[in-house]
Design a binder for this molecule. Sequence first.
Ligand SMILES: NC(=O)c1ccc[n+]([C@@H]2O[C@H](COP(=O)([O-])OP(=O)(O)OC[C@H]3O[C@@H](n4cnc5c(N)ncnc54)[C@H](O)[C@@H]3O)[C@@H](O)[C@H]2O)c1
Length: 298
Amino acid sequence: MGILDGRVAIVTGAGRGIGASVAKRFAGEGASVVVADLGVALDGTEPNAGPAEEVAREITASGGKAIANSGDVGDHEAAEALVRSAVGAYGKLDVVVNVAGILRDRMIFNMAAEDWDAVVRVHLRGTFNICKHAAAYWRELRDPEAHHRIINFTSVSGLHGAPGQPNYAAAKLGIVGLTYSCANALGRYGVTANAISPLAFTRMSESIPDERRRAGSEADERSPDNVVPAVVYIASEASDWLNGQVVATGGYRIGLYNRPQVINQIVSRGPFDVGSVGALMEQAFKPLVGGEGRPGSR
Ligand SMILES: NC(=O)c1ccc[n+]([C@@H]2O[C@H](COP(=O)([O-])OP(=O)(O)OC[C@H]3O[C@@H](n4cnc5c(N)ncnc54)[C@H](O)[C@@H]3O)[C@@H](O)[C@H]2O)c1
């Protein structure tokens, strides 16, 4: 008996890296899995059906249930076909895990519009596409007692603002907003929505020089397999209490992010005066900003 026995899941980006680890473990815990992956290079080019088929084959060879899908999550119709293929193959859909992603890193002043669009298309629009079609299916079922799950992958790059990844950071924080919106919208249909901020050695993290240096000594701890336990739990029927949250996981740690909130405010009886508002803001906010201001501004 596994903790996902009888559940049906779509895992995007499941041909490699973290997605492959999630798909394999889901199947090992009893889920039927649609292994969805366009099989592209890190920059989103050169699609190849091989990675999705290989992971699906590995799962079925070890006695699990899986089918492969090599559609593009950024394509609205392909995403709809992906959701339909899960229902067609296994009779229902319980969980979507949006892991698919690409990178095209540049500093903001060097970024071509097409590199912006490509990254936003796969991460943000791709996550929207799957969430939308899954939500439309769950809405038809109208079952508030269901245990449907949206699990979206965000990144510390967006949550903290990686300087060389403006496209990726924007898309990944956009995914958090989308997740909050789904969490607030879909409870009546038995759906929870949460985001995962993972940390693992994959081809994606290898593109970061600091990560490459650490890879040797910390490779075991930072295996993509170590991202999976928290994802499995959230995908299970037991996690109804968790909704609209960002969970950080990797290595031997699992953390919970706070939700952005106003931490101090100044209030006036009428419009603020341009001449005096700066002093008020400095007094109230500067001690709270700490080291996050522009270098040399303190
Ligand atoms: N590795 C990390 O430390 C880390 C850190 C933060 C966030 N993330 C996020 O975790 C997720 C997985 O990252 P990873 O490190 O396993 O990367 P990876 O490159 O190993 O895997 C990503 C997979 O997504 C697939 N993909 C790309 N575009 C697609 C599309 N349009 N349609 C379908 N599939 C597509 C690729 O073919 C690839 O197999 C990504 O969303 C990434 O942004 C990873």
